[in-house]
Design a protein around this ligand. Structure first.
Ligand code: NI
Length: 178
């Protein structure tokens, strides 16, 4: 296992579409996911997509435990999601501040679908099929965007609501990055 270096916005690799995983439960896939977990933990992230460490495969991880600093953010189970597919359940959207490990030190006000069904596979190839809302839905949309070459600043509607976290929130702990 190793903490891998993170690609940052401006790297053209982050704008590429990732390829589907064809073989599950392989040593290479286990190693990739172990590296992604270690890298996400080292940066206190809530999510990470394989392209962020330079691997062009449709693999994302995410999860966030109960955090007393953010009592309104419901916990999100630790999840490995491979070859994901998103199904929006209605047109409802909500906005919230988002960050990204590939856009360090910044936050933007990003609209996301409020309700979402997502499907994909775990690292053993077992089907995952969940219907989620709120922060869980937001994290999944952020991570799956990475697989399409989309970074959250590309989703901001009003770029006046994009800035440095220590300027935007001088007295608050920032939320976690994805
Ligand atoms: Ni991100």
């Amino acid at each position: 296992m190793a903490v891998r270096s993170l690609l940052r916005m401006g790297d053209p690799f982050l704008l590429q579409k990732a390829e589907p995983v064809l073989s599950f439960d392989t040593p290479e896939l286990h190693e990739l996911i172990a590296d992604m977990r270690e890298t996400m933990a080292a940066h206190n992230g809530a999510g990470l997509a394989a392209p962020q460490i330079g691997v062009g495969l449709q693999v994302v991880i995410f999860g966030m435990g109960v955090n007393p600093r953010y009592p309104d953010a419901e916990p999100v189970p630790d999840t490995v999601l491979i070859n994901p597919e998103l199904i929006t359940l209605n047109e409802d959207m909500d906005d919230a501040w988002e960050g990204c490990l590939s856009v360090p030190g910044m936050r933007g006000w990003v609209p996301r679908y409020s309700h979402l069904r997502y499907r994909g596979f775990d690292l053993h190839g077992q089907l995952i099929d969940r219907t989620v809302t709120g922060f869980h839905a937001r994290v999944v949309q952020h991570e799956v965007d990475h697989l399409q070459g989309i970074l959250y600043p590309m989703r901001i509607r009003d770029l006046r609501q994009f800035g440095f976290v220590d300027v935007l929130f001088p007295t608050m702990d920032p939320a976690q990055d994805n």
